[in-house]
Each structure stands twice: as C-alpha cells, then as structure tokens.
Design a binder for this molecule. Structure first.
Ligand code: MEV
Length: 433
C-alpha cells in the first residue's frame, strides 16, 4: 500500500517514470529500459504523441498491417489495419482475394444522420413546455450560428430539434433530441458545442418564462446512430463458390447460411459472430484515427435494437445465388480529431486515397463483412484453429525466444503438422536437445 501522490500530472515525464519505478518495481533498471526503449528518438514526434493524452509515460505499439486486393464498387483498395490478433489481417486478405474474382464487394451509405441530446427536468405542465419549446426553437438554432456557420457553408449543420417527453420512463425527464449532418467530420465536438449552446439558451429563456421549473441535467451527443447506416454485400452464383477449400459449393452455402441463422437467433453465438466482424471494423477504425469505442458501443446497441442481441450480418440463397451482407451504423470522420495529427493515420488515409467519411464507412463495413466471411467459412469447413494456430505459431516461438534458424525449421515442420501449444514446445525442446 503506497501513499497517494498529489500533483502527479505536473511532474515531467522522466519524473513520472521515476515515481513509478520507485513505487512499484523491484528491478528498476529493467522496468526503466522497457519504458524508455519505446520513446521515439525524434523529439518532435515523441512530443506529439506525449500530448495526445495526460500522463504519457511511453508509447504502446500495435502492428499496422495491410490487406490488399479489396475490390469495392469496382475500385481496388489496400486496407490498413491496426490490430494485435495474429490471424485477422491474414483472414481479411484471404476474403478479399476470394471475392476479387467473384464480383467484389458492393457497398452503399444509406444515411448519415448523427444525434445529440440535451437532457433536462421540468416540473410544470407539458402543454406549457411544448408551447415554450415551439416559440424558442428558432432561437435555439440561431444561437448556434457562430458554431454552425462553416459546417452550413459546406452543406451540413443542424437538421432538426425535437422536444421529447420521457416522463413515462423517468419522472420530470424531457429531452431536446437534435439531429445533425456533419459531413466528413465525426462531429463529436461540433455536436457537443451546439448542444451546450442549446442548453444555455433553453435555460436562459426558461428562467424568463417557465418560473424556474426547468433544469438542465447534461448535454451530449449519442454514440447510438441508427440513422448513420452503411450496407456492404457480396453475392455470386453458388457454383462459383467452388475453390481450393470448398469442393461442394451447395453444401458450403447451406451450412454457411445455417451458421448465420444461428447467430441471428442465439445471442451467445451472436456476440462471438459480431466480435469477428468487429475484428475487421475496429482495426480499420483504429488505423484511420477514429473512435473505436464509439463505434463498438453504437454497433452493439444496433445489434440489440429489437430487444434481442442478434447477428449484424445476414445470408440468403435465392435462385442459386449466394448473398451475404452487413448493415451497421458507423459514425466516422476523415477530417478533424487525430486524422490531421497522427502521422500513421495520415498515411492510412492516403493509402485509402483520402476518402470522404462516406467512402470510409463503406471500406470499414466491407472489412467487417470480409472478416465475418473468413471466420464463418473457416468455422463451417476446417474449423478455426487450423488457421488461427498457424498464425499463432510465431507468437509461441517468440515466447520461447526461438532463434531465426529454429523459427524457419519449425515453420517448415508445422506446414504439415498440427499446431498446438504443447506440440510447438515439444518441437522446440527436440531441436534444442
Ligand atoms: C476470433 O477473434 C473471432 C471468431 O471467434 C469469430 C467467430 O467465431 O465468428 C473466430
């Protein structure tokens, strides 16, 4: 048990590290080397990263990989993916290649509306509040012109503000439910600034005409964006599914569809099924500097929108045509936030040929669909462990500090032998005897 520290955030980075070493580590030299070896020698670059958050002590690396050969609406993409899980990029690349000569992926943005709410309490008569809201609504909008001018000029801005009576769910609870078009920006700052201005104007006006019966609780955007939707799809005649590992395409298609149907009705499976989709989605969201927590929260809420948590992808077989698609809400940005700051985010966006937010929504949805296709294909044919463990092999070898020679020998050996943790350990021990 250590004494609490005050003023930690004011210490320099070196002082912070020293406090950590003195307080928590027995082998201080080893811990210090670990932390400092990840500092970038380019001071300017390091400072940029230090300033992203509070109390930075070092950098935490994740691999940035790429999955080439994604044909989306007849255009070829190489998709950047930041992720630690060994099999994800390989699976995405495999799925991209599989669909490359089967028509590729089709993607379309269905809607782009974002949402924000001012939550407030009101203790008076609802008709009075409604009348007051209707009279003050133009003022709510005009009070934000200093925030919305630029966005409006580019074609976006506030779409509408509604008054919502939530008193059946919670005593005295009402909302301003506002909708926004934020174009290529994810829009969190824009929306939150507008909402805080709505709240201020609402409170000021209410104090004049509603006898202090209205109180603001909070103003914040919603990460649930069911009207910011994108759809991605693949389809081909069943006979064209035939490939190296699909010898009986009809059987494959039926089993694949059955696996998706199981995820549609069984929440335990749906969560893992959707986790596989998020493997692809989060990796691209992260590589392009977007907020993966916001995306995760919104996507899972959407998966449960009808009261049961269900699959985000769907499959149909019509007239011998296999069709597989995803429909998901994605609030993404290609301007603002980290997009103009993090050098690798800029690199990733340039790799995607500087997409609009709508284009990025399509790419991200496709990455999710591809990932799910690869996972369900493996699950319903070879099983997931074959590919997974092959990719994991190198992690196990690294864990046992295998030399380059040992690695190359064992990678060859495991091309024809089943990879399990114990089999790899045994093989290393055999070589080292
Ligand atoms: C592993 O990260 C993802 C899978 O479990 C997804 C799935 O089961 O569909 C393979």
């Amino acid at each position: 048990m250590y004494n609490p520290i005050s003023g930690f955030s004011k210490l320099s980075k070196t002082e912070k590290v020293k406090w950590l070493l003195d307080t928590y580590f027995t082998n201080k030299d080893q811990a210090e080397t670990l932390v400092t070896q990840y500092w970038n020698s380019d001071q300017k670059l390091q400072k940029l990263h230090d300033e992203f958050i509070e109390n930075t002590i070092t950098n935490y690396y994740l691999p940035l990989g790429v999955a080439p050969n994604f044909k989306i609406n007849n255009q070829l993409y190489t998709i950047p993916m930041a992720i630690e899980e060994s099999s994800v990029v390989a699976a995405a690349s495999k799925a991209a290649k599989f669909w490359l000569n089967r028509g590729g992926f089709k993607a379309e943005v269905i809607s782009t509306e974002k949402i924000g709410q001012v939550h407030f309490t009101y203790t008076g008569n609802f008709e009075n509040l409604e009348r007051f809201f209707n009279s003050v609504k133009p003022q709510l909008i005009s009070s934000t012109t200093h925030i919305t001018n630029n966005m409006k000029r580019r074609g976006g801005g506030i779409l509408d503000i509604e008054l919502r009576n939530k008193t059946e769910e919670l005593k005295d609870y009402y909302q301003l439910h506002a909708t926004f078009e934020t174009l290529d920006a994810m829009g969190a700052n824009f929306i939150n600034s507008c909402l805080e201005q709505f709240a201020e104007t609402l409170k000021n006006e209410a104090d004049k005409s509603l006898n202090g019966q209205l109180d603001i609780v909070m103003s914040i955007l919603s990460n649930y964006v069911p009207n910011c939707l994108v759809r991605a799809e693949v389809s081909c005649p069943i006979s064209e599914l035939k490939s190296k590992d699909i010898s009986k395409p009809e059987l494959f298609a039926l089993k694949f569809k059955q696996a998706v149907s199981i995820a549609e009705v069984e929440p335990y499976r749906a969560v893992t099924h959707n986790k596989g989709i998020m493997n692809g989605i989060d990796a691209v969201v992260l590589a392009t500097g977007n907020d993966f927590r916001a995306v995760e929260a919104g996507v899972h809420a959407y998966a449960a929108r009808n009261g049961n948590y269900t699959s985000l992808t769907h499959c149909a077989i019509d007239d011998d045509v296999f069709k597989f698609w995803v429909e998901i809400p994605l609030a993404l940005g290609t301007v603002g936030g980290l997009t103009n700051l993090h050098p690798l985010v800029k690199f990733s966006l340039e790799l995607l040929e500087n997409p609009s937010a709508k284009d990025l929504m399509k790419v991200v949805a496709v990455a999710g669909l591809a990932q799910n296709f690869a996972a369900v294909k493996s699950l319903t044919t070879t099983g997931i462990q074959e590919g997974h463990m092959k990719m994991h092999l190198i992690n196990i070898l690294n864990q046992y500090e295998a030399t380059e020679n040992e690695k190359s020998e064992l990678i060859t050996y495991f091309k024809t032998n089943v990879v399990t943790h114990s089999a790899v350990v045994e093989a290393i021990e055999n070589i080292r005897k």
